[in-house]
Design a protein around this ligand. Structure first.
Ligand SMILES: [Zn+2]
Length: 364
């Protein structure tokens, strides 16, 4: 392959166009690190890009390198880098700023103009390659003992942000000591949200369609949360048996659940919406009942997307706490391992199967 490196790319807009591509050998510029990729997680966004529902190539390029959940090892650093050294393990944040007031203030995850880029998703190459370069301000160190689970920091950062936002929102109350939470959905986001809320000491009810036993239910139960199959008990029936629901994370990908969540939410509660619903579903909603319960209950419904660097850092710390409380539990989210370049065509198929699929690039 000459002086270049290999990557896994798609032609955005062409369904099923996953292919192995050759890229120029990256070299770290000032304040950048060259990172050798060890593994990359696959999520629903990657599947949507593969199915041509989402994703754009970098300006002037015909293809987009996939991947935004990465664990890698620093191979070299450019001029001026003092915070990282070769051999350090890192993950990388996803979104890059567009110059709007909130981006300029450092809150890229709250971008106002919407002209941001996202590595592996919108207008910037991702991390499914032998190596990549990045400004060290977007790299987050991972302690060596968290190597097996470091690839989960990006999805965990999404729920870290949601939880941080909920706590910020609840500063409206003189006292907020949440005891009961509902997590809608038991994909990677729902499970990581469940673990976070258990680690914070809440009683957690995690709802999903598939009845137990299944890998997601096993992880949820091992963390001391209650796994509830909506095929066995409806959300409406469950909520009647719960104490005041202080916090809900919605991560099912089905927007109807967002509205059921508004009714289920308890007094002074917060509903954090995390599903990027790509469809155009419509439905009949009891608007009077929902509006009345939001008003009378002082409830808040908030959307949350992406994550700040501080959420990645909190995620790293949290993974350490997970390992302390439930040794080996977090790594069991990784239910499928593919070989980086050989299995690239199987990404979408594998992603729909277990909990979390990762591509291994260690020997690529
Ligand atoms: Zn912005």
């Amino acid at each position: 392959m000459g002086a270049g490196i290999m990557g896994v790319a798609v032609h955005p807009g062409q369904a099923g166009s996953v292919h192995v591509t050759k890229l120029a050998q990256p070299r770290p510029g000032p304040n950048e690190a060259l990172v050798r990729v060890r593994r990359v997680g696959v999520c629903g966004t990657d599947t949507e890009i593969i199915n041509a529902k989402f994703g754009t190539a970098p300006a002037g390029a015909q293809e987009l390198v996939l991947g935004h959940e990465v664990l890698g090892e620093v191979e070299a650093v450019g001029e001026g880098v003092t915070t990282l050294r070769p051999g350090d393990l890192v993950t990388a944040t996803v979104r890059r700023p567009d110059g709007c007031p909130t981006c300029r203030a450092g809150q890229i995850d709250m971008c106002l103009w919407g002209n941001y880029t996202e590595r592996g998703i919108l207008g910037a190459h991702g991390y499914m390659a032998q190596s990549f370069t990045e400004n060290v301000r977007y790299l987050v160190p991972i302690p060596v003992e968290l190597e097996p689970v470091g690839v989960l920091v990006e999805p965990l950062s999404v729920v870290e942000k949601a939880y941080r936002q909920a706590v910020l929102i609840q500063r409206r109350l003189a006292v907020w000591t949440p005891e009961t939470a509902v997590v809608l959905g038991a994909g990677p986001i729902g499970i990581l949200g469940t673990l976070l809320l258990r680690q914070q000491g809440l009683q957690v009810y995690t709802l999903a369609r598939t009845p137990a036993p299944n890998p997601a239910a096993e992880i949820v139960e091992r963390a001391g949360a209650h796994y509830v199959s909506t095929r066995q008990i409806s959300f409406a029936n469950l909520r009647d048996s719960l104490p005041n629901v202080d916090l809900i994370f919605e991560s099912t990908g089905a927007s109807a659940l967002a509205f059921e969540g508004m009714e289920a939410l308890g007094i002074n509660g917060v509903l954090m919406l995390l599903s990027i619903t790509g469809g155009d579903a419509e439905g009949l909603v009891p608007t009077d009942a929902i509006n009345r319960s939001l008003v009378l209950g002082n409830k808040i419904v908030a959307g949350s997307v992406n994550a700040a660097t501080e959420d990645f850092a909190r995620g790293v710390k949290r993974l350490g706490q997970f390992e302390h409380e439930w040794p080996g539990l977090a790594v069991s989210l990784i239910t499928d391992r593919l070989r980086g370049f050989d299995d690239a065509h199987r990404i979408a198929e594998a992603a729909g199967r277990g909990v979390k699929t990762v591509l291994e690039f260690a020997d690529a």
